[in-house]
Structures are given as C-alpha cells and as structure tokens.
Design a protein. Structure first.
Length: 189
C-alpha cells in the first residue's frame, strides 16, 4: 500500500503532482524537496508537502522513508538524483521521473536500479504543463486528460511487458496503470 510519496522538485510539475494526489483523496504523507527555497516554500504553502527537506542529506532520508519518489527536476538533475538515490533505496520502493528526454535516463536506470535489492525505476514523462513554471502556478487539474508516458528500462522488460508472462511484467503494467491514471487509482485504495 502506498503511504508516502516524496517529490524532489516542487516547481510546476512536482507541486501539481502533490495537489493532484490530494485532490484524488490520497491521505498518505507527501514530502517535498527543492534546491530553491522559494519554490520549496511556495510548494508547501497550501499543504502540498507535509515536510520539506532542508538539504540533500535530509532529502535522502525522506527518500528512504517513501514508497514512491518522483523526480520532478530537469534531466541533468534527474541523473544526479538517480546516482544519489540508488545506494540508499531498497526493494519495494518505486522511483519515477518527469524528464522530457529518456535515452540517458533509461541507460542510467538500467545500471543503477536493476539489482534485486534495489528500488524499481519507471522512466516517465507527463504530457502536461504551462508556458510558465513554478509552484505558484501549480494546480490539481494539470494532468486531467493528459497522457503520462512511460519507458521500459531494458529490452527484457519491454518483452516481459508485452507478454505479461511473469511477475515483473505484471508489476510494470500495474505501475504504468497507476501512473497513467495520474496516480489516482492507487491513491484512493
């Protein structure tokens, strides 16, 4: 059961993710972190984030406690966070991102998150946004009617997903459905 979500990057997409979860009835804990203290404050001003990380060590601790970690930062920062998170996360945790490009993220994910004792990584990209960014423009309905795309991390995962032949394929499919519906079905139950 999903009880804690940690959002790294509390700008438009990250803050909107927190708002969308709350609007869908997610009663679990949502924590947030941002390199910008202004974005972090704006992202938490209306209760989007229950606890806000102070520094990267605090952020890593919040990540250790989360069921789902959403990397809502630019692509280069996503790669940096992936490298920092991989050694501290564990089986049963899911990391996803919102990066607009996938090749380098998928390559890095296949190196960092493929061991059996590590968290799972599901590369993603919501097809939503605004002309301007920032937490002050975040809204719960930003993802309404929008597609959230996902990329398998290896050819083997692609084949398993297509066949649905084993637990990993089913797990990836369930996570895709969870994210495809704006993370809301899982948040409700």
């Amino acid at each position: 059961m999903m009880e804690r979500v940690f959002i790294i990057g509390t700008g438009l997409i990250g803050a909107s993710t927190g708002l969308a979860l709350r609007a869908a009835g997610f009663a679990g804990r949502i924590d947030g972190w941002d390199a910008s203290s202004l974005e972090l404050a704006a992202g938490g001003a209306d209760g989007r984030h229950r606890r806000q990380g102070i520094d990267r060590d605090d952020a890593l601790e919040l990540a250790r406690l989360a069921n789902v970690i959403v990397l809502a930062v630019p692509v280069l920062a996503i790669k940096d966070w992936m490298q920092q998170l991989a050694p501290v996360l564990h089986t049963g945790q899911l990391v996803t991102d919102v990066g607009s490009t996938k090749v380098e993220i998928v390559e890095l994910a296949s190196q960092l998150f493929m061991a059996t004792e590590t968290a799972s990584f599901l590369p993603g990209h919501p097809m939503a946004g605004k002309e301007s960014g920032g937490a002050l423009l975040a809204e719960a309905g930003l993802f309404d009617g929008a597609m959230w795309l996902f990329t398998p991390t290896t050819p083997e995962m692609t084949a398993m997903e297509k066949s649905g032949a084993d637990g990993l394929g089913a797990s990836v499919r369930e996570r895709w459905i969870w994210m495809r519906h704006g993370m809301m079905n899982c948040a409700r139950g």
